[in-house]
Design a protein around this ligand. Structure first.
Ligand code: FPP
Length: 240
């Protein structure tokens, strides 16, 4: 609960959608939309952290996004590289801001220098930090479930686990989000109303909030609106 009596979600997940359309509307190249989208990502991280959101997950690049032109993929990778370099340089500031950065998704197929920077930034984000930022890169929900199933199968093969030991909690503990609470609120701007393979296991009881705003236009006020709407809903988790 915040000071105005609004029920704050512990974990908010956001699908950053609409960058291409935003740019097209302005006669710009799609990649200009991603550039502004990356700035909005930074602002929303900061604002979410200021108002007391403990976990935020951002969908930045899906396993399907490799199908885009090499030019567009390259520009998105450049934005990740720039962000990671900044994070590395501003280690002290991040520590003060209390960010614990974690990447969810597969490192396989990522440009090696970016994968290495991801490891460095992640390793430096201590558990002591209070705001957990997950960035989904080369992420797919089905891919994540397969990855967890393979890990569990291997544990059964080596005798570390028996098949009966595999409960929902054990399964969750083998996902990229192991140890984190499931998202309470999933936000998708840009007018699309689907999950697109995002957190498909973790979203079982999430509230969904859709808006027509394109991600580069998304503001603090839009986040406030989503949280207010969430706060008004009565969550019953299947009970009465
Ligand atoms: C979806 O919009 C957006 C993406 C696939 C890329 C998102 C990437 C960023 C916002 C940059 C992230 C940077 C950091 C540092 C995390 P779209 O291109 O599908 O838009 P459209 O539906 O209008 O075409």
């Amino acid at each position: 609960m915040d000071k105005n009596g609004v029920l704050l979600p512990e974990h908010i997940a956001i699908i950053m959608d609409g960058n291409g359309r935003w740019a097209k509307k302005r006669g710009l190249d799609r990649t200009e939309g991603h550039k502004v989208g990356a700035e909005v990502f930074r602002k929303i991280c900061q604002y979410g952290s200021d108002i007391g959101i403990k976990y935020m997950t951002f969908y930045a690049f899906s396993t399907e996004n490799w199908k885009r032109s090499a030019f567009e993929v390259g520009k998105i990778m450049d934005l990740f590289r720039k962000y990671l370099e900044e994070m590395e340089e501003r280690e002290q500031e991040n520590e003060e801001a209390g960010y614990n950065i974690h990447f969810i998704g597969s490192r396989e197929g990522m440009p090696p220098d970016i994968a290495e920077l991801m490891d460095v930034v992640e390793a430096r984000s201590g558990e002591k930090n209070k705001v957990h930022i997950n960035i989904a890169v080369n992420y797919g929900g089905r891919d994540e479930i397969i990855h967890a199933a393979r890990q569990l199968a291997e544990k059964v093969r080596t005798g570390e686990l028996s098949a009966e030991d595999i409960t929902e909690d054990v399964f969750s503990g083998n996902l990229y989000t192991a140890g984190q609470p499931d998202p309470d609120l999933i936000i998708r701007p840009s007018g699309e109303e689907r999950l697109s393979n995002f957190l498909i296991w973790q979203s079982a009881y999430a509230e969904f909030y859709f808006s027509d705003v394109l991600w580069p236009d998304f503001t603090k006020e839009d986040l406030d609106k989503a949280i207010e709407e969430y706060s008004r809903r009565n969550r019953r988790f299947g009970g009465v």
